[in-house]
Design a protein around this ligand. Sequence first.
Ligand code: NAD
Length: 474
Amino acid sequence: MITNWINGKPKEAASGEVFDTINPWSQTSHDTVALSGQEDIDAALDAARDAFDSGPWPQMGFGERGALLHRLADLIMENADELAAADSKDMGKPLSAMLAKDVPRTAQNFRFFADHARLSASEMYPTDSGHHAFSRFEPAGVVAAVAPWNFPLMLESWKIAPALAWGNTVVLKPAEDTPGSATIMARLATEAGFPDGVLNVVHGFGPDSAGEMLTTSDKVDRITFTGESSTGRAIAGAGAANLVPVSLELGGKGANIVFGDADLEEAIKWSNTAIFTNAGQVCLAGSRLYVQREIYDRFVEGFVASAKKLVVGAPNSPDTNIGPLASETHFKKVSGFFDDLPAEATVHCGGPAKDGSWGVHPTIITDAPPDARICREEVFGPVVTIQPFDTEDEAVAAANSSKYGLNAMLFTENLRKAHRVANRLRAGTVWVNCFFVRDLRAPFGGVGWSGIGREGGTFSREFFTEPKAVVIQP
Ligand code: NAD
């Protein structure tokens, strides 16, 4: 059974209730999971509160705490196979991607935030009056972290690593579809020597379940959430009710602009990665392509050829590029977009698998009107629409026409144009001639429906601490 992890120990739900976790490749339950109720949430929050108020964690020096975070990173790498298998079984992600990317990046997140906190622990403000003024970044307290299922381990570490590095204690609720890796990570934190209660995990669902119980509790000091924009609204409301700061990393509908002067081969390669990685179940997915008319036909032809090369199949096969979608519910949601396609749309390749699996083949659609559902809503699958454009202004206007604004990409060999367009795009991140290159010091987050707040480096520091000014008379 996948248990909760509370106060340094595995714990079944107080009620004894469980739910199944389904392997989307076999379409069968591969384990049961503790179904937490209010008693379990309170136990986790009380453990986190005790560890914060009475334990050594918030008082430790950055070096000592950082050493434990580095030890956890070591253990994550030593247990890479177990962690990779957990996420792969829970959500169908190819094992090869877990081992090459998600697990090492998770370890790196702990290392980075451990070091960053140590090196940015205070700021000095030389004053004209000679007063000695400086800031202290004090931990906020108990952090509630609620995570999605698309990069379970890695996205959980984006939240937990900075929260812990700054001396907070955490109660994490992973997504109900992907519970496995979180409990393993908490076990490894205990093995690394983290004091009991510093990192707790509770399993369950969202509304009327563990997620809602955790985020509406008046025992939390910060709520950090990644997931759908509609859930973000509910969680923002919960934070407002208790006056608790909330960080929201929400959905996306990434625009990807390919100008006529782009390196065509590079643009096709990155556009492919941007929409088909992780079966398109990526908040940053480049799902709206805008291609300048002079290269439109050549681009579509090359892009379709590149998509057809991707192998959809078993997550544990080394040849697989794209596993099944993460759940039956999600497969039905993505398939629904195909039932709803406007008559004018041309589907060049792809579509839902016809073999009873929950796979969706890489799909490229042209000629859909810009106001069609497929062009406006987040599909969260390997599905991209392409529209031609003539002028730079037209491309920028189309890219900015979405309610979402997480990220955008643009491809051009013209440096001035790259700067000009990057400046005009309404998005939290703009990638020029690349995709998903992340420096953990840089701000990460979205505009509009894509979220509130930023993660990364000092941006995480501002959220997970109570900055204090100290001013001393000379
Ligand atoms: P989701 O909102 O359905 O669920 C996310 C988490 O919230 C789960 O743990 C769920 O149990 C919990 N939850 C649901 N309702 C809740 C409620 N009322 N109160 C408290 N908790 C609740 O999202 P998902 O389907 O797991 O994830 C996919 C979404 O996440 C996509 O929209 C994607 O774009 C977004 N996402 C965003 C980022 C980012 O960095 N901006 C990264 C990854 C995913």
